[in-house]
Write a protein of this length. Structure first.
Length: 267
């Protein structure tokens, strides 16, 4: 089942990118709906991948007591042997404003059939403290212990944008992103370029907003080794990403912003 596994991995990587660029905190971010077209940037022959196309739709809103994120990603993967797989990946999360709690609901379908579902909640005892993830579905999934210093996507985005604004060029964090029992990563962040507000895209939500080019490396094990995957993207100071590239070593996926609209606060 290597082919469906690869298809699931692609959408999981896209999820990681989107969560890492649409969270909130002390930085003032824009509630919005963004639509990205997905395509295959490159693939080694050993991967067997011939083409990829799809669309990712993400909505982030500032809520009454936290931040609400909804995403749907439909991706069709074409293989050199003629096989095709259609993946439908959906995620809904809520994160508390204080960064100490998170709820998540993730569903993965392959060719219309459900193959994976994770629902649960994560909680930290305090900022910088340890925590635990409890899964409601599947009920038999063991709780996941979070080591001290683990943060959620909102805290990650706030920290990265804040430090990038201060001129910091390298950061490192430990992240739980809500994708399931394997959703804990060591994340190294590199700021590779700064764009002045005058260089912003000509879009109503981006005009006059400064932005950065970031490169993130996600590791499943601390202390070295090769990253599980890497991603690069341009993110604006209001939390909107206009493009991204996810590199898994033997294939890379590109996302291009095609639609962008503001959303009202939930309350």
């Amino acid at each position: 089942m290597a082919q469906p596994t690869l298809c699931r991995r692609i959408v999981a990587l896209v999820l990681g990118c989107q969560l890492a660029t649409t969270a909130a905190g002390a930085v003032s971010l824009q509630s919005h709906r963004a639509v990205y077209d997905l395509s295959l940037e490159s693939a080694e022959s050993a991967s067997g991948v011939a083409a990829l196309d799809g669309r990712l739709v993400a909505e982030w809103q500032d809520g009454c007591d936290g931040y609400v994120f909804n995403q749907r990603n439909v991706t069709r993967l074409h293989y050199q042997d003629g096989e095709e797989y259609l993946s439908d990946y959906r995620v809904a999360t809520w994160e508390a404003r204080d960064g100490l709690a998170m709820r998540f609901d993730v569903e993965d379908r392959l060719d219309g059939e459900p193959i994976e579902r994770f629902r649960g909640q994560a909680r930290l005892v305090a900022r910088g403290g340890a925590g635990e993830v409890v899964f409601n579905d599947p009920a038999e999934t063991r709780p996941l212990e979070l080591s001290p210093g683990t943060i959620f996507p909102s805290e990650l985005t706030e920290a990265v944008l804040r430090e990038a604004g201060r001129g910091t060029r390298y950061m490192h964090y430990r992240l739980f992103n809500g994708t399931g029992p394997e959703g804990v990563y060591e994340v190294s962040v590199f700021v590779t370029a700064l764009y002045a507000a005058a260089d912003a895209e000509v879009r109503p939500l981006l005009s006059g907003v400064a932005s950065w080019r970031l490169h993130l490396a996600y590791f499943t094990e601390p202390g070295g080794g090769l990253p599980e995957y890497e991603l690069g993207f341009r993110v604006y100071a209001n939390g909107i990403a206009t493009d991204f590239e996810i590199d898994h070593g033997y294939f890379a996926v590109r996302g291009t912003l095609v639609e962008l609209a503001p959303l009202p606060k939930i309350c």
